[in-house]
Design a protein around this ligand. Structure first.
Ligand code: TRP
Ligand code: ZN
Length: 853
């Protein structure tokens, strides 16, 4: 695979040719599907004599310029044609076999329907083209297919023509009036159930809304439609942005590499983010649907109307759109709980990416395979960077920046610098230093020290920052960190709430007229994506849990209190001393269980004690076995000491039907698996009485976590009930893959043979091997290496079937730096197995190469 080379941001060159209009004629004929692409090409650089187009896995039939067949060279994913016109018509005919395309990029089949996925570089699997986001063309698309099998023929924009043809065939023509890069092209052909509705924009235009789902799923499409309408309204009221076409379509397909795709006017979604009813979807699923529907809708402005100049700028649209979807969710539901979940993604996943071989800034500087850069860094850290801008500018300044950004760049392909410049110009806030967040990778570490001078009534806070070197970038500089703090009095009242501008390597902040020694709350609401180092006492954390004004800060204090207790016990184990839990720690959690003034969803978050993987991410090196034992001990102690309170809370909430009540009840149930109560009966009762998936799945999870006697019977019952509902079977697969017992290996072997499983369906693959490798730490990291070997066996299969999914699943195998030498050795043996494959995909190659380097 040595021919794989990196591309660099610094080498960006504007296109030498562009395409202003393209007519795409797609004749869907199974393995002989024929695509005629007729493009109006413009030469932008008169010195350019050769037009070079991108293409991959294409069967080329003919190439014509101005109606004349021409000579060309087809090699290494490029089609080169010598041209001596400034303007010409290029016609390219390609033949595709969509059913054979298991990569799910380009044109492929999902459950009998044709569909496309072109981001990032999938359009080149449909035809030879200038497949880069800074080439914007107006698309006219004609689709022809068998009418009985494919009654719906969909593409971007508005339908402009349709008709019947001989032989039971028909066609539909679509025109998209907005110029777009080819990654936003989409085509779908199939038979669906259709839910229709309409939305009237605030300027009074009617938009037809359509959600297409597999036959028989109509009743599961309501929540998606309701979410879409909420998103459209919210983007108008909060951002002043209105929809721009007469029709907005969403198609749900089960074979899909990611969550969803924002193709102009024709979003294609993973069924997971569309289909829901009470019996089959959990509260978390409902929330995910609202968030992803919002996300793709918000891309219409941040991504489609204003797109990226090149793929290094991906965070321009993704960081901003994730920020927008997070704000949408926060305005629709609990702001604190949404923030907590966003913080968890950064701390548990993004920080890990920073310390691994794939570390990169939110605007990467070099890329081998673009699919590998749809990362938590680009998306979620990218959203944190936008959130910091929002904190620095305030809502008004930020919205002024957004208006200027849209005014300047509508219809163009731009850069992250263009975005920051608009924010800066509109607000007058100097963002020169802030720009480093785009170019510097890694997690800054902020050390905090404080002191109080009672005589001067002066409180002093000293902040130091440094960012450790990352795999691809050795030298780091100071960053502009908005650092939010609160000072609390001994009686709990708030003395001061402030965002500090922390811009130096070391900086002192002095607060006068502070009458008493305050207790400080630091980095409130995670005001910057940094690691905090401060020596919190137990009393201090207990005080924050009780009195911090911010609910997020209360949760954060609880995480610190729990984690600190676990790490102290890891040290005890190393010193061969008995483990202990300070009674104040237990009391703090008990107080949360007893509190009557806290939101149930927040309490549920606090009582969902930090996972093993969350704890692993807190340290540079870990003794996994000691950590597992210490965590077990602290969880068991808290649960046992609070058994009565947990049981009372569980019973009190059993009949309440709200999201918060269910979440809290179920986090109590999980904790009760640590206690002596008759949990088996409790779990079976809940499972049998449940009239919703949230409660039945929680019962199963408790049975799984506690390895209860009823576990197998419940799993069998669940399978019988849901064997024909793939998204629910995914939950069943995932549960078994997360079972912390050596039996999990035989179980996974059996699941692979299950009639509901297929290597070609990413949802199924993720539910088994993704859950195992990412959520079953104890078995995945077994000292005998069996876990690593199992994942690698799967990756070897996936490498051929679907390289993009394979490369996503490898993540836990390349983030091995924290583990002991013998585990690292076992992992490297498996990575070498992959490296030695004769046909290793580019996607996996980039990651394996960097991991072994
Ligand atoms: N742009 C999509 C989003 O953020 C994600 C995406 C990128 C994607 N590449 C993809 C989705 C490939 C599916 C397949 O919503
Ligand atoms: Zn997106």
């Amino acid at each position: 695979m040595s021919q794989v080379t990196a591309k660099f941001l610094k080498d960006y060159q504007s296109p030498k040719f562009t395409i202003e209009n393209i007519n795409l004629d797609v004749n869907l004929l199974g393995a002989q599907t024929r695509v005629v692409a007729t493009s109006q090409v413009q030469r932008l650089d008169s010195a350019a004599k050769v037009l070079v187009l991108d293409g991959e896995s294409l069967q080329l039939s003919s190439v014509k310029i101005n109606g004349q067949a021409v000579e060309y060279i087809e090699a290494d994913g490029k089609l080169s044609i010598t041209v001596d016109f400034d303007q010409f018509e290029l016609e390219i005919v390609t033949i595709l076999d969509p059913a054979a395309n298991t990569s799910l990029e380009g044109l492929y089949m999902s459950d009998g329907a044709y569909c496309t996925q072109c981001e990032a570089e999938g359009f080149r699997r449909i035809t030879y083209y200038l497949d880069r986001p800074d080439v914007l063309a107006k698309f006219t698309v004609r689709i022809e297919a068998d009418k009985a099998q494919f009654p719906y023929l969909l593409s971007n924009g508005n339908p402009i023509d349709a008709g019947e043809l001989d032989g039971g065939r028909h066609f539909v023509c679509w025109q998209d009036p907005f110029p777009k890069p080819c990654y936003l092209f989409a085509l779908v052909a199939g038979d669906f159930d259709l839910l229709e509705d309409k939305f009237t924009t605030r300027s009074g235009r009617d938009v037809k809304l359509q959600v297409f789902v597999d036959k028989g799923n109509l009743s599961k499409s309501q929540h998606a439609m309701a979410s879409l309408k909420k998103a459209m309204e919210w983007d108008e009221s909060r951002f002043g942005l209105e929809y721009d076409l007469d029709i907005y379509m969403i198609v749900a397909v089960d074979f899909f590499n990611m969550g969803a795709m924002e193709n102009k006017g024709l979003n294609v979604f993973n069924t997971k983010y569309v289909l829901a009813d009470k019996a089959t979807a959990t509260d978390v699923d409902y929330h995910g649907i609202e968030a992803v529907i919002g996300h793709e809708y918000f891309h219409n402005w941040t991504g489609n109307r204003i797109t990226c100049r090149d793929w290094f700028q991906l965070s321009l649209k993704e960081g901003l759109t994730v920020f927008r979807d997070q704000e949408f969710s926060s305005d629709m539901g609990s702001r604190a709980v949404n923030r907590i979940n966003a913080i968890k993604v950064i701390k548990n996943q993004q920080f890990a990416e920073d310390t691994g071989p794939m570390a990169h800034p939110i605007r990467p500087e070099s890329v081998m395979e673009m699919n590998n850069f749809y990362t938590v860094t680009v998306y979620n850290k990218g959203a944190e960077v936008i959130r910091m801008l929002h904190t620095l500018l305030g809502e008004e300044g930020f919205q002024a920046g957004m208006r200027l950004y849209v005014e300047r760049h509508d219809g163009h392909a731009v850069t992250c610098d263009d975005f920051v410049a608009a924010m800066e110009d509109a607000s007058g806030v100097d963002l020169a230093l802030f720009r480093r967040w785009y170019s510097q990778s890694g997690t800054p570490i902020v050390n905090v020290m404080d002191s109080y001078d009672a005589n001067k009534k002066r409180y002093t806070l000293t902040l130091k920052q440094h960012t450790p070197a990352t795999a691809e970038q050795a030298v780091k500089q100071a960053l502009h960190i908005p650092f939010s703090i609160e000072l609390l009095a001994a009686d709990g009242h708030s003395l001061l709430n402030k965002v500090l501008d922390f811009v130096e390597n070391e900086q002192e902040f002095v607060f006068d007229n502070i009458d008493q020694k305050p207790l400080v709350s630091l980095l409130q609401d995670f005001s910057a994506p940094v690691k905090l180092v401060y020596n919190f006492s137990i009393e201090h954390l207990v005080h924050l849990m009780q009195f911090a004004t911010s609910e997020v800060a209360r949760w954060e204090a609880s995480v610190n209190l729990f984690s600190q207790t676990v790490w102290q016990n890891v040290a005890k184990l190393a010193a061969e001393q008995a483990m202990v839990v300070d009674p104040r720690v237990v009391d703090a959690f008990r107080a949360v269980m007893l509190a009557t003034d806290l939101d149930a969803e927040l309490v549920a978050e606090i009582l969902t004690l930090p996972s093993l993987s969350a704890l692993v991410e807190q340290v540079d090196s870990v003794d996994l076995d000691a950590l597992t034992a210490a965590r077990r001990y602290v969880v068991d102690t808290i649960a046992n000491e609070c058994e009565d309170e947990l049981l009372a809370k569980y019973r009190q909430l059993a009949q309440e039907q709200t999201i918060g009540a269910r979440a809290l009840k179920n986090s109590c149930l999980i904790l009760l698996t640590s206690t002596a109560v008759d949990i088996d009966t409790l779990v079976q009762q809940q499972y049998q009485q449940a009239d919703n998936m949230t409660d039945s799945l929680a019962a199963l999870q408790a049975a799984n976590v506690g390895a209860l006697a009823c576990r197998q019977a419940l799993l069998t019952d669940f399978e019988a009930q849901w064997k024909d509902t793939p998204l629910v079977m995914d939950k069943w697969f995932a549960l078994q893959a997360c079972f912390n017992n050596e039996q999990v290996f035989d179980a996974i072997e059996n699941l692979k043979q299950h009639s509901a499983f297929s290597f070609e369906n990413p949802n199924r693959v993720r539910s088994i091997i993704g859950s195992f490798a990412m959520a079953n730490l104890a078995q995945f990291h077994r000292v005998d290496g069996r876990g690593y070997q199992l994942l690698t066996d799967w990756l070897i299969v996936l490498n051929k079937v679907n390289p993009q999914v394979a490369a996503r699943m490898i993540t836990p195998l390349i983030q091995f730096g924290k583990f002991d030498q013998s585990r690292q050795q076992l992992i490297k043996v498996q990575l070498q197995r992959l490296m030695d494959l004769p046909d290793l995909s580019k996607d996996l190659y980039e990651k394996v190469f960097k991991a072994l380097a």
